[in-house]
Design a protein around this ligand. Sequence first.
Ligand SMILES: [Zn+2]
Ligand SMILES: [Zn+2]
Length: 315
Amino acid sequence: MLSVFQIIVPTPYAVGPVNVYLIKSDPLTLIDAGPNNAKAAKVLEGMLTSLGSNVKDIKRIVITHAHPDHSGLASDIAHKSGATVLMHPWELKRMDKTTDLIKERLPYVIEAGVPQTVMAEMYGERDKLPRPNVDNCRVEELKDDDNIKFADGELQVLHLPGHSPGHTCLYDPEQKTFFSGDFLLPHITPNPVIEPDPEKPGQRLPTLKQYLNGLDKVDRFNIGMVCPGHGGVFNDYRGAVNVARRHHESQFNTILNKLNGRELNAYALSKEVYPNLHGWDIFLGLSEIQAHLDFLVEQGRISFSKEKGVSYYRA
Ligand SMILES: [Zn+2]
Ligand SMILES: [Zn+2]
């Protein structure tokens, strides 16, 4: 049986602290790493010591997804310990410095009708922490259905995208523990961030469809306890799945009501639904709206036409 310990690591981000999980079995493994700053490193290393381990003894770091609150410290820990970093290849690609995340998403921001001045505000606010990377680290790619073996058990790898292209959850079949990353959280629903399709150049990923399919998959699982990326552990995973479904249903209704008798682009809609966003949050608000629009289009409940490169939606 795997011994699991939750370590709460502070982050400078609005989401609050992030959870790192220590699996005390051979080989000694972390799930996620926390953000790349001195405060987070100090808390993580201090907690490892108080749990009778040492950062130098870590052999594997499994990263749920490449967002900086989860992956930032991976390279630092790997360099201190020689640990292997394991993650989905699509998340690995996002940590490669040759990947330009802003440029990749730019065509969709333009298509959404975001004005130049707002784009400047959106992209003006840059993360003060170094961009996550796995430079000079030993890395191993994870794919859906892989098994991560331990002396005392195993973790099954579940590719559950929607919040990020290669988002990975882990499941311990013996204790029925589900390490959910940002896929399933106790109080918030994850943002279906606008991303290009890694397999179909020029196309946007159907992030909300992926996410809702993932909820259906997880609903069929037998989960005893959820160990989320943020917040406390919880048991009622079907409750959390239903809260997420209801959230998206209500977003569909909001959008359909706003489109009643009108034609709007994604940015105009996002400004009506979220009038008070600033900086990077404008992009996240836009992502939320665009993902719902894409889903409604696919269902045939709304349609759109393009004018001067901008998509306008109607119910
Ligand atoms: Zn995330
Ligand atoms: Zn997160």
